[in-house]
Design a protein around this ligand. Structure first.
Ligand SMILES: NC(=O)c1ccc[n+]([C@@H]2O[C@H](COP(=O)([O-])OP(=O)(O)OC[C@H]3O[C@@H](n4cnc5c(N)ncnc54)[C@H](OP(=O)(O)O)[C@@H]3O)[C@@H](O)[C@H]2O)c1
Length: 246
C-alpha cells in the first residue's frame, strides 16, 4: 500500500480521489484550508490523515508535508491538485485576481515541490502528479486568469519530466475536460461532455498506474481540444468564436 499526499482534497476532484485511493487501502494525506470539510472526510475513512495548509504559504505546506511523513511514512505519490478558478477574461482584467490564480495554481505547486523534490531525490524514487487542464492547451474565452496558470504547469511538468525521470522519479500531468465540482458550478454555459468528480477520480487512478506522461479525459473532448491546438491560429480563433458564440 502506498502513501498519497493530495492537495485540494476538501472538495471536488481532490476529495473524490482521496476517498477512492483510501478505499483501495492506501494511506492518504489530505490537505486543504477548510479543515471542517477535511474532518468530515476523515470521519468516514480511517486511513485518511488530514492537514490544514494554504498552498500559497510555502512554510505551511512544508509543515504539512513533514507532518504527513511523520504519520504516514515516506510519500510515494504527491498529487498537486489544489486550484482556483474564476471565469475572468480580457474585459475583466484585475491584477489582484490574476495574481491570486498564479499564486494558488502555479506557485502552490512550486511550494509543494520545494520540499518534495529533495526528498524524492534522496530516496531515488517518487511520483509527482500535477493537476493541469485542457484549458491550458490554448486561449479560451473568459479564461485569461486561469488558462495561463495551467499552460505554465504543462511546461513545468515537461521540464520536470526531463530532469527527474533519470533520477527514478515519475512525473505526470492530469488534463481533465469539464468535471462537476464547486469550481465549475459558477459557469453559466453548457459544459460539453462534463463528468462527475468520482468518474474523474477513476480515470486518474487508472492513469496513475500507467506510464503515460499525460492523463487526459474524457477522450472525445480531449481529441477535439488537441486538434484545435494544432490548427493555424487564424482558423483556431474563428472556430473558438463560432463554438462559443463570441
Ligand atoms: N472541475 C473541472 O472542470 C476541472 C477541469 C480541469 C482541471 N481542474 C483542476 O482540478 C483541480 C481541482 O479543482 P476542482 O474542480 O475539484 O475544484 P474545487 O472543488 O473547487 O476544489 C479545489 C480544491 O483546491 C483547494 N484549494 C484552493 N485554494 C487553495 C489554497 N490556497 N490552499 C490549499 N488548497 C486550496 C480547495 O480547498 P480549500 O478551499 O478548502 O482550501 C479545494 O479542495 C484544480 O487544480 C482545477 O484547476 C478542474
Amino acid at each position: 500500500m502506498a502513501h498519497y499526499f493530495i492537495t485540494g482534497a476538501s472538495s471536488g476532484i481532490g476529495k473524490a480521489l482521496s476517498i477512492a485511493l483510501a478505499s483501495e487501502g492506501h494511506v492518504v494525506s489530505a490537505v486543504a484550508r477548510r479543515i471542517d470539510h477535511l474532518k468530515k472526510i476523515k470521519g468516514k475513512h480511517k486511513n485518511i490523515n488530514i492537514f490544514r495548509a494554504d498552498v500559497c504559504d510555502r512554510l505551511e505546506i512544508n509543515n504539512a508535508i513533514e507532518k504527513s511523513i511523520k504519520s504516514g511514512g515516506n510519500i510515494d505519490c504527491a498529487i498537486l491538485n489544489a486550484g482556483k478558478y474564476l471565469p475572468l477574461g480580457g474585459l475583466e482584467l484585475n491584477s489582484e485576481e490574476f495574481y491570486g490564480h498564479m499564486m494558488v495554481n502555479y506557485m502552490g505547486v512550486i511550494h509543494s515541490l520545494d520540499s518534495i523534490i529533495p526528498k524524492f531525490i534522496g530516496l531515488q524514487t517518487g511520483h509527482i502528479v500535477i493537476m493541469g487542464s485542457t484549458a491550458g492547451y490554448g486561449g479560451l474565452p473568459r479564461s485569461a486568469a486561469y488558462g495561463p496558470t495551467k499552460a505554465a504547469l504543462s511546461n513545468l511538468a515537461e521540464a520536470l519530466h526531463i530532469d527527474l525521470t533519470p533520477l527514478g522519479i515519475k512525473v505526470q500531468i492530469i488534463s481533465p475536460g469539464f468535471v462537476e465540482t464547486e469550481a465549475t458550478a459558477i459557469n453559466d454555459f453548457k459544459m460539453p461532455q462534463i463528468i462527475s468528480a468520482s468518474k474523474a477520480a477513476n480515470n486518474i487512478i487508472k492513469g496513475l498506474k500507467s506510464n503515460k506522461f499525460e492523463i487526459c479525459f474524457p477522450t472525445g473532448f480531449v481529441i477535439i481540444m488537441k486538434l484545435l491546438r494544432i490548427l493555424p491560429k487564424s482558423i483556431y480563433f474563428k472556430v473558438i468564436r463560432w463554438i462559443t458564440n463570441r
